[in-house]
Design a protein around this ligand. Structure first.
Ligand SMILES: Cc1cc2nc3c(=O)[nH]c(=O)nc-3n(C[C@H](O)[C@H](O)[C@H](O)COP(=O)(O)OP(=O)(O)OC[C@H]3O[C@@H](n4cnc5c(N)ncnc54)[C@H](O)[C@@H]3O)c2cc1C
Length: 390
């Protein structure tokens, strides 16, 4: 009797490498995405919206700041956080982005570098999804090189005055609080800026062809006066924002494989049922060639994510290794999504199937949190000891 077919979504049986608790978390998120996201995601994407009402649900599931401890955070291990990112991004990269920004880019700096007052004020509400956060680093003229940022923070008595514009800020327009990075006289500092602060406004960015089910905004700071208590006391320099990005990139290493898995599953299903020339298209060697290569990269990328997760849980993960993971997994997920699109033929370009949505989303994921080129430079510098950035 022939062996049972191996599932495309877990060809290597990586499931067996997870603990019972990790599997439970993974299954809970997977079920929630199937029930609450998949039925509507195409409409949200088409309308260009991300329902704010999902935040309290994500909070109730323990997914916001889930690998942080205290303040109502779930305190799971990093691997569980990664598995959740994978399942969320199998739904949509916009959904995973919302959770990454909340947990890794807005809650993490407050949790790691904030004062006790800042932590008490924001973290419990953010963990519950009652307050939404965003992370303002990128500017119109400062993307890959944040050291070129112009947003300034100057002293006025014991207060700070912030001026500048941040761009491409996920969750910006729906955020209750922004973590804004600014240039001081001699350094860079992070500031906790609540919505409603005089001089602080946001403007949503439209006409995006990627990550449509995600709010992307400008943050405009005009003579914004903040008390001394608004500065993150525990960090100065670009080390602050870069450490947050490292947390979020770790989630992307996993998340990208979720988008890839959704594309592989959709194309395997389609290839088995769509017939041309009297046979399922999955029976043609050229189609099997594509599917096999897709499953090879999905399996390798998921194994890589798991390895990095175990390193992180062991306290041994280095930022350069996260860069390698982000570079590989997003690049390969995008290649898988594009190949899946060809298998679905004309149907592949519609929102009736997930592949084109994932493909265009992954274009953003390739660019944000350090472009593919920046991660190549980070890995290249680590190997050679030579800096090729400028
Ligand atoms: C949907 C979306 C959401 C985002 N969310 C956020 C957010 O929440 N918060 C936030 O702060 N930012 C956010 N960003 C911004 C994102 O991080 C930046 O777009 C990214 O860092 C790249 O910057 P840039 O777009 O200015 O490109 P640039 O830095 O101008 O780069 C353009 C091209 O030049 C290449 N390049 C640059 N420097 C070098 C070099 N030294 N060597 C070789 N090639 C180089 C890049 O790799 C890229 O290919 C988001 C972006 C998008 C698209």
């Amino acid at each position: 009797m022939p062996d049972a077919p191996l599932p495309a979504s877990d060809f290597l049986g990586l499931d067996a490498l997870l603990t019972a608790e990790e599997r439970l978390i993974r299954d809970t998120v997977r079920d929630w995405v199937r029930e609450r996201v998949l039925p509507d995601i195409a409409d949200w994407f088409e309308r260009g919206e991300f329902p704010r009402a999902l935040f309290p649900e994500l909070g109730a599931l323990g997914l916001l700041g889930m690998h942080l401890t205290g303040y109502g955070c779930a305190g799971t291990n990093a691997t569980s956080y990664g598995l959740a990112c994978l399942e969320l991004e199998a739904g949509d990269s916009g959904l995973r982005s919302a959770v990454s920004v909340q947990g890794s880019l807005a809650m993490f700096p407050i949790w790691r570098y904030g004062s006790d007052e800042q932590k008490d004020e924001w973290l419990p509400r953010m963990a519950a999804g009652a307050a939404i956060g965003c992370f303002g680093l990128t500017e119109p003229d400062a993307g890959s090189n944040p050291a070129e940022m112009r947003t300034s923070a100057r002293r006025d008595g014991s207060d700070w005055i912030l001026d500048g514009t941040k761009m491409w800020i996920t969750n910006g327009g729906i955020a209750d609080v922004a973590v804004v990075w600014a240039r001081t006289d001699d350094n860079f500092r992070g500031f906790v800026v609540p919505r409603g602060t005089a001089g602080f406004t946001t403007k949503d960015m439209h006409r995006k062809l990627s990550l449509r089910a995600s709010v992307t905004s400008e943050l405009i700071l005009e003579n914004v006066r903040l008390p001394e208590s608004a500065v993150l006391p525990g960090v100065s320099g670009l080390r602050g924002p870069l450490s947050c990005l490292n947390e979020a990139r770790f989630g992307i290493v996993w998340g990208a494989m979720g988008a890839a898995r959704a594309c592989v599953e959709a194309s395997v299903d389609y290839a088995k049922t769509r017939t041309q020339f009297g046979r399922p298209i999955g029976a043609f060697q050229l189609t099997q060639h594509k599917l096999a290569d897709m499953v090879v990269e999905l399996s390798k990328g998921t194994l890589l994510a798991l390895h990095l997760g175990r390193l992180k849980d062991d306290g041994r993960l280095r930022p350069e290794q996260v860069s390698l993971g982000k570079l590989n997994n997003v690049r390969e997920a995008l290649a898988i999504a594009r190949e899946a699109r060809t298998i679905l033929g004309a149907n592949g370009i519609t929102l009736e199937y997930p592949v084109m949505r994932h493909a265009v989303n992954l274009e953003s994921v390739l660019t944000y949190e350090g472009t593919a080129e920046i991660h190549q430079l980070i890995v290249g510098r680590a190997i050679t000891g030579l800096n090729a950035f400028d």
